[in-house]
Write a protein that binds this ligand. Structure first.
Ligand SMILES: C[S@@+](CC[C@H](N)C(=O)[O-])C[C@H]1O[C@@H](n2cnc3c(N)ncnc32)[C@H](O)[C@@H]1O
Length: 217
């Protein structure tokens, strides 16, 4: 699998316009269905960043953790291309960007296969009636817990106090996972959104959770 992305790109419809996309452009980005082939190459330590944006965290973290294989998932194509550009320019062989939804990517990951999930500054959906659109909701929390290896970690950061509280409660009620004191990597604070919030003087709160040993094993 080349660092740039797909091997067998098929022409398909753009999700927004419904029009067929140029095959050459599509070839540049991996899709969720490419994961089995990508992971089939044999990955020892798998870490997944959900909503990787322009890839600042993804690139810096993968450079600092050469023994991990990083997958950044992002729904916005322009952001995917920026993140992929960073990976290519820095010749990072241990990171890939997937263009698609995290929900779709999670369906392709085996249970107990992920060492770490990174979720930094997910869209907060501040209006009460929109809260169900937040990525961290009960159904997704259950899936993340299942996909983690025993001892695997989930890192979360937000500037939005209500999302922090909501996530803390979800983590406390989710079975098989417990809050941990491990701090996330400092690379979190270099992402576009982290810098934006820091400039505005907003407090950034983080949470870490660890998957507990499955007592049935
Ligand atoms: C507020 S931005 C934060 C981006 C980056 N983590 C940062 O700190 O700069 C949230 C990102 O999550 C992406 N996103 C939202 N829902 C997603 C989903 N279900 N799957 C993958 N990416 C998603 C958005 O497109 C956006 O780029």
């Amino acid at each position: 699998m080349p660092a740039s992305g797909r091997i067998n790109a098929k022409a398909r419809n753009d999700s927004v316009t419904g029009q067929p996309e140029a095959t050459a452009e599509r070839r540049e980005l991996l899709r969720p269905e490419d994961l089995p082939q990508l992971l089939g190459l044999g990955v020892q330590r798998l870490e997944v960043e959900i909503g990787c944006g322009n890839g600042h965290f993804l690139a810096e973290y993968s450079r600092m953790h050469p023994s991990s294989f990083l997958i950044g998932v992002e729904v916005k194509k322009k952001r995917c291309l920026k993140a992929q550009g960073k990976i290519q320019r820095q010749q990072l062989s241990n990171a890939r960007v997937i263009h698609g939804s995290a929900e779709a990517v999670l369906r392709y990951l085996s249970d107990g296969s992920v060492d770490c999930f990174h979720l930094y500054f997910p869209d907060p959906w501040p209006k009460t009636r929109h809260r169900r659109r937040r990525f961290l909701r009960k159904e997704n929390m259950e899936v993340l817990q299942r996909k983690l290896k025993n001892g695997g970690l989930l890192f979360f950061a937000t500037d939005f106090f209500d999302y922090y509280l909501h996530t803390k409660i979800l983590l406390l009620i989710q079975g098989g996972i417990r809050l941990s004191r491990q701090a996330p990597s400092q690379s979190v604070f270099r992402s576009v959104f982290a810098q934006r919030f820091a400039e505005k003087g907003k407090q950034i709160r983080t949470l870490t959770a660890e998957k507990m040993q499955d007592s049935s094993e």
